[in-house]
Design a protein around this ligand. Structure first.
Ligand SMILES: CC(C)(COP(=O)(O)OP(=O)(O)OC[C@H]1O[C@@H](n2cnc3c(N)ncnc32)[C@H](O)[C@@H]1OP(=O)(O)O)[C@@H](O)C(=O)NCCC(=O)NCCS
Length: 158
């Protein structure tokens, strides 16, 4: 597995990963058209790559396998895992054929280092309590700080 910083040209793959995150329980709630039309989903990638956006793409045998990215959102257009304007929120997805081999853990470890290098104090995210990703986040030190709808907001102090 090769990890590299996410770039502007990764937008098509990041859209795929956004859809994986939106459809995490296997129900095809979103396709790209619906995600683009729903600002609650599209705000995670609208205008990618903004100056403050950062992230990591994992490649396996030259193909993108998974990605995580961090975006600053604002209170007036908050993400599901929003905690403050200066706390980047993460979105994570791994393509179905590449799961259970450490891709998510790998990209998350790297994005945490990117956030530390950029001197952020915290990272946040939103996760359904039934999503297996929750255990992964806990193992990396994220802790639950609140509930929005049915999802938990989790925060990592850097
Ligand atoms: C959740 C997801 C990102 C995990 O990606 P992955 O590359 O398969 O995860 P990893 O192989 O790095 O696994 C790391 C840990 O996550 C947990 N985990 C991941 N998938 C799991 C599953 N299907 N069942 C149980 N635990 C799981 C385990 O704790 C695992 O650690 P272990 O392998 O030591 O047991 C991936 O399944 C995915 O993209 N799902 C759809 C999108 C999504 O849910 N994104 C997160 C939204 S908050």
């Amino acid at each position: 597995m090769h990890l590299r910083p996410a770039a502007a040209a990764d937008l098509p793959f990041l859209i795929e990963m956004l859809l994986e995150a939106c459809n995490w329980d296997g129900t095809p709630w979103y396709d790209e058209a619906k995600a683009r039309a729903d600002d609650h989903a599209w705000r995670y990638l609208d205008g990618w790559q903004r100056a403050t956006d950062f992230g990591v793409v994992a490649e396996v045998d030259g193909s993108p396998a998974g990605a995580v990215w961090a975006r600053l959102l604002t209170a007036d257009r908050a993400g599901y895992g929003y905690v403050a304007d200066d706390v980047p929120e993460l979105t994570l997805g791994v393509a179905a054929g590449f799961r259970r081999r450490g891709v998510a853990r790998g990209v998350l470890a790297e994005v945490i280092e990117q956030a530390r290098a950029a001197s952020y104090g915290r990272l946040s995210l939103s996760v359904d309590p039934d999503n297996p990703a929750r255990k992964l986040y806990e193992s990396l030190g994220f802790r639950k700080t609140g509930v929005v709808g049915t999802s938990d907001t989790m925060v990592l102090d850097l």
